[in-house]
Design a protein. Structure first.
Length: 600
């Protein structure tokens, strides 16, 4: 069934029901039967309104769900009062006279409707903090309860005066309904598209409801009102319209409207949303002392009424100021949370900027050393060849042979450095397979443990079982782990020993490897991945090992960081993307020769 046809059917059914009700009201005579008919029909209409509005409260957007649930709760409050009214008139056949005990329920049914409009469900916002909304609704609810206590209740319980009670109730109820109509009219003007139509339907229903209540109050004042009469038709029609508006919204499924977005990605509507509840709370809190002063010095009400209003004002001020302070505390906590997130975001941005600069430095340096290394290789090959010939020649004098052997050793060392430069500038293509990080870490630790038997250094491995697999090159990852472990062992030898801890685990879809030592720590953790940066003595380290590790980890789409521990020592953290759906087998082969030929 098309949307147009559905609307036509809904309009026809609604019109037929209202027409039947109006026909019965015109034909039937006032009496108990007409009263029972009117009460039961109104209860059914209210059930229809609740069902129509609640049919929209199952969307993934919490703001829209809260909007429709508050609208339904407003109709539900009226339904509660109407059921109480029906219970007395239908079951006990008693006519209720003013003032009625349930009048406050009928009065407060408009408050959830106003609270729903304050949510602005048509706007696309990222705010999901329900605590503010709860406090705002409590502020709105408390303020209207206070107005009812101040204006109406004194004439019901303090100084019983049915005439003054009716005047006060009708006046305040009219102001409340007018506020609802004005708020809906503002939203109709402000919105576009499907939401404009929905607000227009709600505006029509609320306006018809206001007209119906005015007619009923006028008929009561004139003495012409009776339950089920023609004066009840606009009231019944308004609730039919509320239910129809809910069903129409359910058929159209309106999307939230886009809010203006600032260049930083935040919605420009957020500040106005945060100011509206604060202004409401300020207005409500300031209005109460003004009303109390008016009652004390201007009003001609009896002293008992003035005393009651003063006490009600003091209690209400205490309650509302407590809610205002609670809201400000929640705002302060939220601002502190946002400030903390901003600091964290700034730190992450600085870290990413540093990594970007590091990558740019490595890229530019790689282009430079690639050409230089190739140029050095040609004369270096000649030096190696001539040195080997000279050192192996029997006729070479002993002194010359010793010099040739030293030249040969230094040339081989130079060739090794050139090989590392070439590996750094143009890393060999990797063979990416599914690898077991725990197995590679164990191999790297076993290799390094071979020469620790006579040293006061202990390596502890804390590996998480059932670790997800990683797609990468086993030789390259072994090279990374072995190099970092070797550097940590060298650092702990300087302080006479220590404990090296290697941990593996998972974090947010990544496999994490942490290598921590109890050595002296890094002099500058932010520079350890720079090429040729080393703290080792001259001739022992080239300063390329960690730079190569950095490049290899980046090739695996991972991240490597270094920081000093609070208790001493350094920690290297390596994060590699995990393949969560697959688990590696334990047959990962890890050639050990790659360590001895490519790392020192």
């Amino acid at each position: 069934m098309s949307a147009l046809r559905s609307k036509a059917v809904l309009l026809a059914i609604s019109t037929a029901f209202i027409g039947c009700y109006a026909g019965v009201s015109l034909v039937a005579r006032p009496g108990i039967r007409l009263t029972e008919f009117s009460d039961i029909a109104l209860c059914l209409v209210l059930l229809f309104a609740n069902a129509g509005l609640l049919s929209n409260a199952a969307s993934p957007d919490w703001r829209r769900n809260a909007f429709w649930m508050l609208l339904a709760s407003g109709c539900g409050l009226w339904l509660g009062g109407q059921l109480l009214w029906t219970y007395f008139e239908v079951h006990f056949h008693q006519s209720l006279q003013d003032p009625f005990l349930g009048d406050i329920v009928f009065f407060l049914h408009t408050v959830p409707l106003l609270g729903a409009l304050a949510l602005h469900p048509h706007e696309a916002r990222a705010d999901h903090n329900l605590r503010f909304r709860h406090v705002d609704f409590l502020l709105l609810f408390s303020w209207w309860v206070y107005l009812f206590l101040f204006v109406v209740i004194p004439w019901q319980y303090v100084v019983t005066d049915a005439g003054q009670y009716a005047i006060s109730y009708n006046w305040l109820y009219g102001v409340e309904n007018a506020t609802l109509v004005c708020a809906l009219a503002f939203l109709v003007i402000q919105t576009t598209g499907a939401w404009k139509k929905i607000y227009a339907h709600l505006l029509g229903a609320a306006s018809l409801f206001g007209v119906g209540t005015v007619l009923i109050f006028w008929a009561i004042d004139e003495g012409n009102y009776y339950p089920g009469g023609i004066h009840d038709v606009p009231l019944v029609a308004s609730f039919v319209w509320f239910g129809a508006a809910g069903l129409i919204a359910n058929r159209t499924c309106p999307a939230t409207e886009s809010s203006p977005v600032d260049p930083d990605g935040t919605s420009s509507e957020m500040p106005s949303e945060s100011r509206w509840p604060a202004r409401l709370a300020m207005t409500a809190a300031l209005s109460m002392p003004v009303l109390a002063l008016w009652s004390e010095f201007v009003s001609t009400a009896p002293p008992a009424v003035q005393r009651f209003r003063l006490i009600a004002t003091l209690i209400a001020i205490t309650a509302l100021t407590s809610l205002v302070f609670l809201r400000h505390r929640l705002v302060d906590k939220d601002r502190l949370r946002l400030l903390s997130q901003s600091k964290e975001a700034l730190a992450n941005l600085q870290r990413i900027q540093g990594q970007y600069v590091q990558a740019e430095k490595l890229a530019s340096l790689g282009q430079l050393v690639a050409g230089a290394a190739h140029e050095i290789n040609n004369p270096l090959a000649a030096i190696l060849g001539y040195s080997e010939v000279l050192a192996g020649e029997p006729a070479t004098p002993e002194r010359s042979r010793l010099v040739a052997e030293k030249i040969l050793a230094q040339a081989r060392r130079t060739k090794e450095v050139v090989g590392k430069l070439l590996s750094f500038a143009n890393p060999p293509p990797s063979d990416r397979t599914l690898v077991d990080v725990n197995a590679i870490v164990k191999s790297a630790v076993d290799l390094r443990r071979l020469d620790l038997l006579d040293k006061k250094i202990r390596i502890e491995v804390e590996a998480e079982g059932h670790l997800p697999g990683v797609r990468g090159d086993a030789n390259q990852l072994l090279q990374v782990f072995f190099n970092i472990i070797s550097n940590a062992v060298d650092a702990m030898e300087e302080v006479g020993g220590g404990i090296l801890t290697v941990r593996t685990g998972r974090d947010h879809g990544n496999v994490v490897i942490e290598i921590s030592d109890t050595g002296p720590g890094m002099r500058d953790p932010l520079m350890v991945f720079d090429p040729f940066y080393t703290t080792k003595p001259i001739g022992k380290g080239t300063g390329l090992g960690l730079s190569i590790c950095y490049g290899l980890v980046k090739e695996h789409k991972g991240k490597i960081t270094c920081l000093n521990r609070a208790g001493g020592g350094a920690t290297f953290r390596i994060e590699l993307p995990a393949i969560l759906a697959l688990f590696p087998t334990r047959d990962t082969s890890t050639p050990h020769s790659a360590v001895s030929t490519r790392l020192t």
